[in-house]
Design a protein around this ligand. Sequence first.
Ligand code: 9WN
Length: 421
Amino acid sequence: GWMEARPAVDDAALGHEALAVLEANWTGSATVPAPGLYPHQWSWDSAFVAMGLARHRPDRSRAELLSLLDGQWATGMLPHIVFHTPEAYFPGPPVWRSHDHEAAPRVPTSGLTAPPLHGLALWWIHRHTGDAGFVRRAYPALAAQHRYLATARDLGGHGLAAIVHPWESGMDDSPAWDPPLAALPEVRYGYRNVELAERHPDSDHDRYVWLALRYRNAGYRPEYLRDEHPFAVECPLFNGIWLASCQALAELAPVAGADPVPHLEQAERIRHALLERLWDGCFYARDLRAGRLIPICTVGAFGPLLDPGLPADRVAASVEVLESARFMGATGYPVPSCEIRAAQFDRTRYWRGPSWVNTNWLLRQAAAVHGLPALREQLTICTLRLVRQAGFRECFDPFDGSGRGCRDFSWSAALTLDLLA
Ligand code: 9WN
C-alpha cells in the first residue's frame, strides 16, 4: 500500500532512466564515463556503453566505437583516454604529449591502453544490428589493436599482453598492484589533485604519474617497455578479455572478408599462457619484474572464464572460488572486487572491495558461456538490485549495497539496459 517505502522502480522506468543518463553523458562525439569527474572518452567504458546501447540505440552504439577508434595510434595502440574536448582533467594532453609522437592521431589521447574489450563490442553490435558494413569498417582497426598487443606488449615472451601501468588494468587501485608499485622508488611531486587524492594515497598517485612520465619520456617505445620499464604485469582480466575479443574477431572475420584462423591461433596462445603462467588454484596476476605471481585474488581472477575453451576443471575450480565466502558467498551484493579475507580488502574503496556493474556483467557473460544458468541469474538479479536501490553509481558497498563514487555512471546505466533485456 501507500505506506510502504518507495515502490521498487519497475523495469520500464529503470530502462528509461538508464537511457536518460546515457543521453546526458553524450557530448556530441562520445559518451563520458560520468559528468564532472571523467569528462573525456575512456576506452573500456566506451566498449561497455556500445554493448549496452547496441539493442536500443544502434546508431549511438556505432558512433561510440568509431569515435574511440579516432584515437587509435598508427602502432595499433588504442589509448585509454581520448580527449575530444578541452575540458580540464588531470592527467590531460600536456602530460601525455601525444602530439609530439609521430604515431599519434590528430585528436589528443593518453599514451596508455586499456582492457581490449572492443572486439567483443563489435561482435555485440553485429549481433544486434546485423550490420555487416559496420563490421567491415571497424574490423581492420581492431585487428591492428590485437597485433599491437601481440608484439609490443608481449613483454614476457609467452603470449600474454602485459600492462605497464595500473591505469591500463581498468582496476586502478586494485590491491594486486600494491606489490609492483611498492617496488618503485618513493616519489613526491608535492602537488595535489584533490579528487584523485581522495581515491588514492598520495604516494600511490605520485607513482602513477611518475610511471606515466617515464614511459612518455622514453617516447612510448616498445624497446623501453621490454628492457627498462619498472612496471610490467600479466593480468588475468586484461588477457581474459583479450582472448574473448580474439574469439569475437574470429567470428567476425568472414563478415569482414578476412581469415579467422590467426585470431583462433592467438586465442589458443593466450589460453595456453594463462594456464601455464597465471594459474595456481585460481588465476593470479604475474609481476614480470619480480618474476612471481602476485598472491592476492581479485575479481580479475575470473577474467579467463570468458573463454569458452577454458578446460572444465579450471572452470569448476574458478567458479568454486567465485561462489565461496571469499567472494559471492559472504556478501549480499556481489561481486566484491577483492577477496574479502584479504588484509587489503576495503569495502569502501573502488577496486579494493566494492562491487562493480561491469565486472558483474562480464561474469554473467562467463556464466552464459559455460552453461551456468543459476549463476547467470543470480548475477543478473543482484546487479539489478544494486542499481534499483542506489542508482547508476560507479560502484557499491558489497555488504549493504550503498552507492559509492560517481553518480550517473555510464557503464552502470548501459549494462543495466542489457540486464533488463
Ligand atoms: C583513471 C573511467 C575510469 C575507468 C577505470 C576506473 C577509473 C581512472 C581513475 O575510471 O580510472 O583512468 O581516475 O581512477 O578505475 O576502470 O575506466 O570510468
